[in-house]
Write a protein that binds this ligand. Sequence first.
Ligand SMILES: Cc1cc2nc3c(=O)[nH]c(=O)nc-3n(C[C@H](O)[C@H](O)[C@H](O)COP(=O)(O)OP(=O)(O)OC[C@H]3O[C@@H](n4cnc5c(N)ncnc54)[C@H](O)[C@@H]3O)c2cc1C
Ligand code: SF4
Length: 350
Amino acid sequence: MSKAVLVAGAGPAGLAAAHALASVGVPVTLVEREQRLGGAPILSGYAKLVPSGEWAKDAIGGMVARVESNPLVTVKRGCTVARLDGEPGAFRAGLSDGSSVDAGAAILATGFTHFDSINKPEWGFGTYPDVVTTTQVEQMISSGRGIRCPSDGRKPERVAILLCVGSRDRQIGREWCSKICCTVSCNIAMEIREELPSCHVYIYYMDIRTFGLYETKYYWQSQEEFKVKYIKARIAEVTSDGSKLIVKGEDTLVKRPITIPFDMVVHAIGMDPNIDNKRISTAFGVDLQEHGYIGKASAYGTAGATSRPGVFVAGAATGPETIDDSIAQANAAAMAALALINRAPAPATA
Ligand SMILES: Cc1cc2nc3c(=O)[nH]c(=O)nc-3n(C[C@H](O)[C@H](O)[C@H](O)COP(=O)(O)OP(=O)(O)OC[C@H]3O[C@@H](n4cnc5c(N)ncnc54)[C@H](O)[C@@H]3O)c2cc1C
Ligand code: SF4
């Protein structure tokens, strides 16, 4: 029987779970596939987060530092879980580095994979260098380079942000809404207008889902204060006339074709299931849900329970989630893991 907990994935969810457990005296082994901790906000170089406005490197960097300095947390970098044997209260995880770890419970916080815009070739990514993704724009801002056209480094005079790239798209098998990309795009649009006040920024949308309290702060503010223009449209293709990118589609409000030139086109990419999920499902013995995210056993029962007793899940591993919801789920999963290991008999002492 083990009173320790194994956490897989050191993004916002895994960091929150590890901290919560260590803060009540539970030893944690935190296994992270990459060499750096912090998950998507750090690994992909996000800039200012919504809704806090804090820089990702400070906000999530603080979560990383808190875990790294905690003596109860053992961090294994560049490592994954190859198999999980045993039962609740007494698991043994075989790791990819050949070592093994005993744990009474496990939490999967293995997150998501950014949609690869190459899978939407008609919208120009991979063909035209000035068609970029929201993560690339985040990196331009967080690196301090500013918003520049990758082809020649010029400041764009006209930018289009295309929403729902790799989300809500049945043709490419991605039916889900990625939840946060409308709000992130409104925020990016305001950031561009702030840095380049003469730049015209257009957002092409099917629907705007700045859910909950984000409506005023992002949707209305971006229009009223920052003069971002919104076009309700179906986009057909992104091409080039040699000097400008051309976005062609149909304005679905007036039901007319529209063709507008831009210097830069930004894909608001969605949140795919983690590309490793089949392997994770086999290693941990948990079921995936229909789209390939880690399945939850119940919506209202034990928080974060999966199909395998003693293995819990939190954050974007379960589907598109915001950072604050990922953290909340991680705290709930930590509580469920704690309840489980406290039920298990204490290890025999020599
Ligand atoms: C462009 C963009 C901008 C965004 N901006 C915001 C924002 O401003 N505010 C907000 O609330 N949300 C934002 N989000 C959403 C945010 O990225 C997620 O809510 C958050 O990253 C989820 O955290 P997580 O820990 O669940 O997953 P992740 O951040 O994906 O972390 C998962 C971790 O697990 C690791 N991992 C994966 N597989 C394994 C494995 N097999 N074994 C071990 N480790 C593994 C990964 O390397 C990673 O470190 C944005 C999303 C996108 C696409
Ligand atoms: S949050 Fe907005 S951009 Fe993202 S998938 Fe949903 S509707 Fe599309």
